[in-house]
Design a protein around this ligand. Structure first.
Ligand code: TYD
Length: 133
């Protein structure tokens, strides 16, 4: 499956809207881990790595930021700025989070526990891995 924006249910209510996702339903994998990125100082970037196996689903719960993906050949930029959709990021996709707005909150769910061994942190090494696929 390619990188895809996935719309989430939105229960519109005058008291405040509500959205959700459930294991394997809206998100195309079994969720194993949730983490979030917050208090990002202006001009900072996060990420700049790929995962050998891990898949992710990224949502801007608050504010906005860009997710820039590179498949080894070309770059694609997704701006996330609503909490009722998110971006599915498959494994072996170089990804960077950039242009965080003030007080933005990035929620990330993944199908794996944290493992440093799953990271590819060198772009040249990533491209080499891609060519071997
Ligand atoms: P990392 O994924 O490298 O963040 P970024 O690519 O945005 O810099 O994570 C930063 C550090 O946080 C990493 O060295 C280890 C730790 N970490 C965990 O312990 N568990 C986790 O689930 C994550 C995502 C990171």
């Amino acid at each position: 499956m390619k990188p895809t924006l996935i719309n989430l249910p939105k229960i519109v209510d005058p008291r405040g809207n509500l959205s959700f996702f459930e294991n394997s339903h809206q998100v195309p994998f079994q969720i194993e881990r949730t983490y979030w990125i917050y208090d990002v100082p202006g001009g900072e970037k996060r990420g700049s790595h790929a995962f050998k196996e891990q898949q992710e689903f990224i949502i801007a719960l608050s504010g906005s930021f860009d997710v820039i993906l590179h498949d080894g050949i070309e770059e694609q930029c997704f701006t996330l700025n609503r909490s009722y959709y998110g971006l599915y990021v498959p494994k072996m996709c170089w990804r960077r989070l950039d242009n965080f707005s003030t007080n933005s909150l990035a929620l990330i769910v993944s199908d794996r526990m944290y493992s440093e061994n799953d990271y590819i942190r060198d772009f040249e090494e990533f491209k080499k891995f891609k060519n071997e696929e």
